[in-house]
Design a protein around this ligand. Structure first.
Ligand SMILES: [Zn+2]
Ligand SMILES: [Zn+2]
Length: 364
C-alpha cells in the first residue's frame, strides 16, 4: 500500500489515506518513489477551495522522485536521455493534449483545453490514484514530460523552487527583463525569490523586494537584493509606492512583478511602474477575489500589463539548465525551512498557511 495526503473537499482536515501500489503500468507510464515534494502556496488555496478541482485530490505538483518502474516503451526523457530504474526524475506538472487549438495553433500549451495537472486537476478517485507528489509514490501517465535530473543538481536545490522556477521563468519570458532595467518584486516567497535571481542574472540594474515577512526579506538580502521594503514599516500604499519611486530616480520601476497572490498588490504595483512600464501578474493562480483598479491610470501611464499561467515543459527544461548554473551562487536549498513526513500533512499545510516556512517539503 502507498500512503498519501488527500484533500477530500474544501476546508476539510487533510486525510492520510492508503492506496494500492499499481500492479501493472500501462505502456509508456512510470512509477516514481517520491524523494522530496514541495508544498506550494497553491496547495493551501486548493485546500480552501479557491480553485475548482475534482476532489478528492492528492496534492503536490513540484516533485523529484526515483524511477522505480517503467512501462513498456518508456526509454528516454524529454531531452532524449536514456532512462533507467534508479534515475532521479523531475517532471512537468501539466500534461497537455498536443492536439487542441492552444497546443497547435496558438502554441500556448499552458492554456490547452484538455490540460491535466498533477496534484491539482487529476483526481485520486479511481486507479491508478497516485497523481500527486504528497505521497510515497507518483504514477506518471504516458503523456507526462519527464526529465532526468543532472547529477550535479541536488534534489533540495530543485524542489525548493520546483514550481516557482518554471512559473517565473515563464512569467519573465512574457514580461521581459532587459539589461539595465529596474525591477520591483512584490512578494518574497519562492516565486519572488527566484524572480530576484533571474532579474539579477538578466542584468537588472536595481532590484527592490517587497514583503511583510522579515525572514523572507532576509533571504532576499542574502541573495543580493539591492533594496528591501517591509510592508509592516511602509504601512500605507503611498509610502510603499514612494519608496519605489525614490529608489528609481523618481520615475518608477521599468518592470514590476506581482508574486504575492494578494489582489490589493495590484493597486500598489500599477503605481510602482514607471510610465510605459511593464507589470506582470503571476501570483494569482487561484481566485482570491477582485480589486478596484482605476483604468485611467493604465491609459495615462501607458502601462503594459501581462498575465502568465503556470508553465510548459520548456520552462522546466530551462529551470533545470539555469539551476545547474546558479544553484551554488544563490543556495536555493536554504529556502527549505521545514521538512515533514506524509503523516504530518495537516501540520505541514498549517505551517505553510501561517507563513511560518519560507519553503516546506514532504520527505516520505
Ligand atoms: Zn505551485
Ligand atoms: Zn491541447
Amino acid at each position: 500500500m502507498v500512503k498519501a495526503a488527500v484533500l477530500t473537499a474544501p476546508n476539510q482536515p487533510i486525510e492520510v489515506q492508503e492506496f494500492p501500489r499499481p500492479e501493472k503500468l500501462e505502456d509508456g507510464a512510470a512509477l516514481l518513489k517520491v524523494d522530496l515534494a514541495g508544498i506550494c502556496g497553491t496547495d493551501i488555496h486548493l485546500w480552501h477551495g479557491r480553485l475548482k478541482i475534482p476532489y478528492p485530490v492528492i496534492p503536490g505538483h513540484e516533485t523529484v522522485g526515483t524511477l522505480e518502474e517503467m512501462g513498456k516503451g518508456l526509454e528516454k526523457d524529454l531531452l532524449g536521455k536514456p532512462l533507467s530504474v534508479g534515475d532521479r526524475i523531475y517532471f512537468a506538472s501539466g500534461v497537455d493534449c498536443g492536439r487542441c487549438y492552444y497546443c497547435q495553433i496558438a502554441k500556448e500549451q499552458t492554456r490547452c483545453i484538455n490540460r491535466k495537472v498533477y496534484g491539482i486537476t487529476l483526481s485520486c478517485k479511481s486507479p491508478p490514484y497516485l497523481f500527486g507528489g504528497h505521497s510515497e509514490y507518483v504514477y506518471l501517465l504516458p503523456k507526462a514530460y519527464l526529465f532526468r535530473v543532472p547529477e550535479d543538481l541536488p534534489t533540495e536545490s530543485l524542489v525548493s523552487v520546483g514550481c516557482a522556477a518554471p512559473t517565473i521563468i515563464h512569467g519573465i519570458e512574457v514580461v521581459g527583463v532587459e539589461a539595465g532595467d529596474s525591477v520591483a518584486i512584490q512578494g518574497a516567497g519562492p516565486i519572488g525569490l527566484f524572480a530576484l535571481a533571474l532579474a539579477k542574472e538578466s542584468g537588472a540594474s536595481t532590484t527592490v523586494v517587497i514583503d511583510s515577512v522579515k525572514e523572507r526579506l532576509e533571504v532576499a538580502r542574502e541573495m543580493g537584493a539591492d533594496f528591501l521594503i517591509n510592508t509592516n514599516d511602509a504601512i500605507s500604499p503611498q509610502e510603499r509606492v514612494q519608496r519605489v519611486l525614490d529608489l528609481t530616480d523618481g520615475i518608477g520601476a521599468d518592470v514590476v512583478l506581482e508574486c504575492t497572490g494578494s489582489p490589493n498588490a495590484l493597486d500598489d504595483g500599477l503605481l510602482m511602474c514607471r510610465d510605459s512600464g511593464r507589470y506582470l501578474v503571476v501570483g494569482h493562480f487561484t481566485d482570491r477575489g477582485t480589486t478596484a483598479v482605476n483604468p485611467h491610470l493604465i491609459t495615462r501611464k501607458q502601462l503594459k500589463i501581462y498575465g502568465s499561467w503556470g508553465m510548459a515543459p520548456r520552462h522546466y527544461y530551462k529551470a533545470l539548465k539555469i539551476l545547474r548554473t546558479i544553484h551554488r551562487k544563490y543556495h536555493f536549498e536554504k529556502l527549505i525551512t521545514h521538512t515533514f513526513s506524509i503523516e504530518k500533512a495537516q501540520e505541514a499545510f498549517e505551517t505553510v498557511e501561517n507563513r511560518k516556512a519560507v519553503k516546506a517539503v514532504f520527505k516520505p
